[in-house]
Each structure stands twice: as structure tokens, then as C-alpha cells.
Design a protein around this ligand. Structure first.
Ligand SMILES: [Zn+2]
Ligand SMILES: [Zn+2]
Length: 511
């Protein structure tokens, strides 16, 4: 089987539906609808990919024989033929427009019809006023789309910290085997949240010898070589090796925001091993891929003490959010696992509704061991309304952690309009911890905000893992915490399970 995941299947089905809609060749849109329905159904189905392959997708609602055969071929070949076919009819530049936030198939078609056939063309059309004149867009829509297009253009040739780290580790590992020492440097040494590539300082040997070593490394594509340096790409990420001695500076404190501050000694900063509880994670109860039991085992394998769950609430229907009766069943399963002696706490990631109220009634929230409150909708509110919404949620006595507070997705979209200082002030006043979401797409809060508020607000570093593998993202959150000068005293995950429980529910924890 080619290296295809369930998410890949869902993505391929949706992308095919989008392109069919853009093409308009699908009379009545029946095929597109069929692919979309199959995608939604497959996304929610609980069987593993292996099981699905063995049973040829039998029993998955909305996946008929025809689509099942296409998916099986995809699993074998790594190509989804209907997508390739549809893509042939749509220029690459037009397909690229789907990367712009706010554009669905209908609008992409309208842009294409108006001769706006790429992201740069969209940006230019927004600036020149041409876009505002296209039917269905208007001045306000054109301005928003122009900004979104610019965001996509700025994100080109940028990489996530995780991508650069994995590339650097592959290269450093190969060089270490040949006896060359390496150290992260440049923007990677600074743990920047996005970067142009991975910089490494190499001690020992010559660029020619490094090049010889790396020639045997899978995924390595050689680039330029000078007397002092070697460049190339690993897995598409640019890697630059430069000759030098290990840096004496602690690079994470090497930003303008650090100037003049008194910061902890590097050795005193938070470490991955200090994290006892993995809080805010997802399981098959909502949109995760692993059972609660598997997630607990995953946490323990990584050397942490306990798992805090955080499945979605009812308003997050797209993510299989739990209705109140389902939440009670979920809590009952967690209580049963606790009775077995498993180190697990019952939490939920509860949606913050547009008015700042929460997605469950207070009596239901009180049945949980802790509550993460997050925004997953209503991104378009004004800064004043969004701030009031988050302040209200952060001030709720049963909310313990404010999840991914700014809503940004690196290289994909900016966060919503917000006065983050007002929100963190509310966290400080109510004792709510602010999340540093460790997912490399988020890294939200921004470390700059954490740095400004350290000592006044408690923080929680959460992977938001939707799979056992996702738990490994913790290190990126810890890097952000280090950049912000946090020690274990600042971070509620460093409490042991009993202490965390008592912190989250000070009144009821005695009973
Ligand atoms: Zn979330
Ligand atoms: Zn989450």
C-alpha cells in the first residue's frame, strides 16, 4: 500500500468535488455531491484504513461500489484517478486559488471566468480595483481576498518549524554517523515559528566530505558547495551547512523582544521532560484517530505521567463534537478507565459561542475534571466583539484553559482580529491558563505575547493531538515556551495529576 492516510482519502474526495464544481461539466453536480458525501462519511467512520481496505469499504455509508473501487486503486497506486482527470481541465494557477482563504469552487469559477487565473493575479486584481467590479465580490470582499492572497504569496517558500527541524535532524544524524558535529543555527537555532529553511553549523571536516556523506542520505538533493559551506534540500526543505564552532550564545533569546530583559538561565527553562500531563488531546470520541486507552499508552510511552482528554463539544459538529448525552457517556468511559487505575482526566474542548457563552450548560461542565474553551467559528467578528467574546469565556469560573487563543494557522491564515492583552488580562484576573498550542501549524499563543505576560498568567502547553503520533509535537510548544522565558513554575502541565485536578476544580476536588 502506498503511503496514503485516511485524511488523504478525504482530501482527495473533497478536492475532486471542488474541481468538478469549478469545471461545471458535472450536470446537476451529482458526482461532486457524491464525492463530498463520501468524504464526510469516511472522515467519521471508525474502522482503520487496513480494515477498510480488507472489507473494500463495505459498510461505510455513502461510499458506493464505484467510489470504493476508485479509493482502493488510490490505496494501491498513491494516485486518485478522478482527481487527476478533473485537474487536467483546470489550469494549475486556478487550482492554486483554493489556497486562498474564503474561496470555494463557485468563487474560483467566477474568478477564472473574469480572467483572474492565479494567486498573484488575484492580488493584483484586488489592488487595481478590477476584482471589486467582478459580480459577487464588491469592495469589502475584494479587500479581504487581496489580503488573503498576499498571505498565501508571503507563505511561499516558507516552512514550519517542524518541517525545518525534521530536515535538520535527518542531515545532522547522517553527519554525526560520519563523525561530524552539528548544531542548529540561524533561524532554526532561534526556533522561529516559520523559516526559509534549516541552518546548521558543522564542526569538523570539509564541505566536500559532508557532501560525500550526504550523497547517501535518502531525501537529500545536493545544491551549491563552497570552501566554507554546503547547501541542498532534504524533503524539499532548504538546508544550509556552514563550517564553524558551536555557538556560545543561547539563540532562542536572540530576538529584539529579548533585549534588556532579565531572563532565566537556559538550564532553568522548561524542558519536555518537565511536562507531566498532556492536556487537550482528541480521541475517537470526536475527531481523533486513537482510543482513550491508546492515547494514555502513547503519553506513557513518551514518559509523561497522565493524559487529559479534550474532545470537541456539540457545536463542532464537523469534528464529531459530543452532544450532552454523548458527553455523559464519554465521561462514564473515562471514570471506568480511572477505576482501572489508568492516569486519565476527563476534559473537553468546549466551543466558545459567538456571544462568549459556552457550548454546554454549567452543570454539565461541572461534571468534567477540567475545561478547555476555544473558538472554532465566527472568525469574522470585529476586534471589539471578538475580544469581549474571549474575555467572557476566559472569565467563566469553570473554564481552566483558553485554547489556541488567536486562531492563527501559520502559512495558512492570520488569527482573528483581537486585543490579546485584554484577553490575557482576563486570564490573569480569573486564574485561567492561556494555551501555547504546540501543533506546528498553530504555535498559538505567539511566544512574544507569552514573553510579555510571563509571571502574570499561567500557561498550558498542549499538543491538541488527534493521534498518538501528534503527541510528539509537544517539543515545538516547549521551544516556544523557552523562547518566552518560561520555567516549569509557569506551566500548569507540570503539576502532577492530583495537583492539576485540585488546581482545576478547587472546590470539588476534596470529594
Ligand atoms: Zn481547537
Ligand atoms: Zn483541539
Amino acid at each position: 500500500m502506498a503511503d496514503v492516510t485516511r485524511k488523504d482519502l478525504v482530501r482527495a474526495l473533497n478536492a475532486t468535488a471542488d474541481l468538478l464544481d469549478v469545471l461545471g461539466s458535472d450536470e446537476g453536480g451529482f458526482r461532486a455531491t457524491a464525492y463530498r458525501n463520501a468524504a464526510r462519511s469516511l472522515d467519521r467512520h471508525e474502522a482503520s484504513l487496513e480494515e477498510l481496505q480488507q472489507t473494500r469499504f463495505a459498510g461505510v455509508p455513502k461510499v458506493g461500489k464505484g467510489i470504493a473501487a476508485e479509493l482502493l486503486a488510490y490505496l494501491d497506486s498513491g494516485r486518485f484517478a478522478p482527481l487527476d482527470e478533473a485537474a487536467e481541465g483546470v489550469p494549475e494557477g486556478v487550482q492554486g486559488l483554493f489556497a486562498v482563504r474564503g474561496l470555494g469552487p463557485k468563487k474560483v469559477r467566477a474568478l477564472w471566468d473574469a480572467g483572474i487565473d492565479s494567486v498573484p493575479a488575484l492580488r493584483d486584481a484586488a489592488q487595481s480595483g478590477i476584482l471589486a467590479a467582478v459580480k459577487g465580490f464588491g469592495a469589502k470582499g475584494a479587500q479581504t481576498l487581496g489580503q488573503a492572497a498576499q498571505f498565501v504569496l508571503d507563505a511561499q517558500d516558507r516552512f514550519l518549524l517542524s518541517q525545518a527541524t525534521l530536515a535538520a535532524e535527518a542531515v545532522a544524524g547522517a553527519l554525526a554517523q560520519a563523525g561530524f558535529g552539528t548544531e542548529f543555527s540561524g533561524d532554526l537555532g532561534r526556533s522561529r515559528d516559520t523559516l526559509g529553511g534549516a541552518d546548521l553549523t558543522v564542526s569538523g571536516g570539509e564541505p566536500a566530505a559532508w557532501a560525500q556523506t550526504l550523497a547517501a542520505l535518502e531525501g537529500w538533493a545536493a545544491g551549491e558547495q563552497t570552501a566554507e559551506s554546503l547547501s541542498g534540500r532534504w524533503g524539499g526543505v532548504p538546508v544550509r551547512l556552514e563550517r564553524g564552532e558551536p555557538a556560545a550564545l543561547f539563540l532562542p533569546f536572540d530576538e529584539p523582544e529579548h533585549a534588556g530583559l532579565t531572563l532565566p538561565e537556559p538550564a532553568a527553562l522548561l524542558q519536555v521532560a518537565d511536562i507531566q500531563g498532556m492536556l487537550h488531546t482528541h480521541s475517537v470520541w470526536s475527531d481523533g484517530t486513537a482510543t482513550l486507552r491508546e492515547m494514555v499508552a502513547g503519553v506513557q510511552t513518551l514518559g509523561h505521567a497522565y493524559l487529559g482528554t479534550g474532545d470537541h463539544s456539540q457545536s463542532a459538529a464537523y469534528a464529531g463534537g459530543l452532544t450532552p448525552p454523548r458527553l455523559r457517556e464519554y465521561i462514564a468511559e473515562i471514570r471506568a478507565l480511572q477505576a482501572e487505575g489508568l492516569p486519565i482526566l476527563a476534559g473537553a474542548e468546549v466551543d466558545i459561542l459567538p456571544d462568549g457563552s459556552l457550548d454546554y450548560a454549567d452543570d454539565l461542565l461541572a461534571e468534567l475534571d477540567y475545561v478547555v474553551a476555544s473558538v472554532h467559528s465566527g472568525f469574522g467578528l470585529s476586534a471589539a466583539d471578538q475580544t469581549a467574546r474571549l474575555v467572557r469565556a476566559a472569565s467563566h469560573p469553570l473554564v481552566n484553559i483558553l485554547g489556541h487563543p488567536t486562531g492563527r494557522l501559520l502559512l495558512r491564515r492570520e488569527g482573528y482580529a483581537l486585543d490579546i492583552d485584554a484577553v490575557l488580562d482576563a486570564c490573569a484576573a480569573s486564574g485561567t491558563a492561556a494555551e501555547i498550542n504546540a501543533n506546528p501549524w498553530r504555535l498559538d499563543l505567539r511566544w512574544q505575547d507569552v514573553l510579555r505576560w510571563r509571571g502574570r498568567v499561567k500557561f498550558s502547553i498542549n499538543t491538541d493531538a488527534h493521534s498518538v503520533a501528534g503527541l510528539r509535537d509537544l517539543r515545538y510548544g516547549v521551544l516556544m515556551a523557552q523562547k518566552a522565558g518560561l520555567t516549569s513554575a509557569d506551566v500548569v502541565n507540570c503539576l502532577d495529576m492530583a495537583a492539576f485536578r485540585a488546581w482545576a476544580r478547587p472546590v470539588s476536588s476534596g470529594g
